[in-house]
Design a protein around this ligand. Structure first.
Ligand SMILES: NC(=O)c1ccc[n+]([C@@H]2O[C@H](COP(=O)([O-])OP(=O)(O)OC[C@H]3O[C@@H](n4cnc5c(N)ncnc54)[C@H](OP(=O)(O)O)[C@@H]3O)[C@@H](O)[C@H]2O)c1
Ligand SMILES: [Zn+2]
Length: 380
């Protein structure tokens, strides 16, 4: 996957050089239909150090199919950190992270039918598709989908998509959803990635009354617990952090503190479905063995180089269906937001300013986030 991405990037850079696109310069003064580009204030990574700095840059002018969003809240996903640190391959910098973005629509392109000015909109991990007619209903698996940051994207003045740690955002309106009124901005932002990433496999592999294991209780995991319970599951949460146990119990799940694989042994063949959000490579076998024969084990955590070892004999003898999942399609994302709004599913959030982002990233890596940091773009 890395190699494919790198090859795409090389091809893009070659094409961009021929077309005279100024990568990283942000100097295209006029974009689509000779309208001015959008001047933005954001926070960006400039290298693989993981330190972000304030950055003024330009987004493309609002095209015929696009909407302009004034960002009201934008939250921190561990994927932001993996990407900028180069865990998933080499990046182009400066690069603005952030793919949990909500705000007010301030401008609509002339072809846009699904949004009007002042609507509440949300954007997740996808922003466009170069052949939208073929994208299907699970756009995340289309080879032509443009992901929200770091993706080669000739429409943007910087040559790559730039994420949501920013005061304004431009997106093809197909890749935005309506944010239900029941959700505050801060509650809605984390749903745009963490919410849909857990909702989608839960809907695919879990049924009401199932025994479900959620593994790794951070941004994704804590929403996974809440969504699975709201969908009628009996949930057991596996955490390596003792101080999370009270929170887990307050959401209605059973908590298990994992100090070694011995703590998993009592759960052999107990679960119909397990979902792992662990962001780094881990020993999977004792976790897989907790699932009943023919049950499903879904990985949504994405380790360094997307590399995760497993043992074929363990899979054969447990008969567990092992799979991995990436976010969810736009239709399902809208369904998820409606479901969370109506069912009372809300993330636990901590509100921060731009100046606090670097510390927040360190807190996420150290498992100190409780459970999603939401950034106030008015502080940029
Ligand atoms: N598939 C997708 O579409 C998709 C979408 C979004 C994110 N992701 C990926 O999902 C993963 C989780 O994202 P997130 O934002 O939820 O991260 P997060 O907030 O950091 O939560 C991950 C949790 O996993 C546990 N954990 C962390 N490091 C661990 C380690 N070395 N060994 C065992 N457990 C560990 C911790 O929970 P405890 O303290 O409870 O142990 C931690 O809070 C990341 O890899 C991210 O890139 C994938
Ligand atoms: Zn994410």
């Amino acid at each position: 996957m890395n190699e494919i991405k790198n090859k795409e990037r090389r091809e893009f850079l070659a094409k961009a050089a021929v077309a005279g696109v100024a990568i990283g310069a942000g100097t295209n003064l006029f974009g689509a239909a000779n309208k001015p580009n959008i001047a933005c204030k954001g926070w960006a990574a400039f290298d693989e150090s993981g330190e972000l700095k304030p950055w003024r840059f330009e987004r493309r002018a609002v095209g015929d199919d696009d909407i302009l969003i004034e960002v009201m809240a934008t939250s921190i996903c561990h994927s932001d950190i993996h990407t900028k640190l180069g865990h998933w391959g080499k990046q182009i910098y400066p690069q603005v992270p952030g793919h949990e973005i909500v705000g007010l629509v301030r401008e609509v392109g002339k072809n846009v039918k699904n949004f009007k000015i002042c609507d509440r909109a949300g954007v997740g991990c996808m922003v466009d598709n170069t052949d939208i007619a073929t994208a299907g209903s699970e756009e995340q698996y289309s080879p032509n989908t443009i992901f929200t940051y770091g993706h080669p994207y000739p429409k943007e003045p910087t040559g790559i998509s730039q994420g949501g740690y920013s005061d304004y955002f431009v997106v093809n309106s197909h890749f935005a959803i309506h944010i239900p009124n029941e959700l505050s901005w801060d509650e809605a932002a984390p749903l745009m990635c963490a919410g849909i990433t857990t909702y989608s496999p839960i809907m695919k592999y879990m049924k009401q009354g199932d025994n479900v294991a959620i593994i790794g209780i951070g941004g994704l995991g804590h929403l996974g617990i809440k969504i699975a319970i709201a969908k009628g599951a009996k949930v057991t949460a596996f955490t390596t952090t003792e101080s999370k146990i009270k929170d887990i119990e307050s959401w209605g799940a059973k908590a298990v503190l994992v100090r070694s694989s011995d703590d998993l042994a009592p759960f052999r063949a107990k679960f119909d479905f397990a979902l792992s959000t662990i962001p780094y490579e881990f020993e999977m076998e004792p976790y897989i063995a907790m699932v009943k024969p023919f049950g499903s084990f879904t990985l949504v955590g994405m380790p360094i180089n997307f590399s995760q070892k497993t043992q074929t004999l363990n899979l054969a003898s447990t008969k567990v269906n092992l799979n991995a999942s990436i976010i969810g399609g736009m239709k399902e994302t809208a369904e998820m937001a409606e479901f969370c709004a109506k069912a009372g599913v809300r993330p636990n959030i901590v509100k921060i300013t731009g100046e606090q982002i670097n510390q927040a990233w360190r807190d996420v890596v150290a498992k100190r986030a409780r459970y999603r940091f939401v950034i106030d773009p008015k502080s940029f």
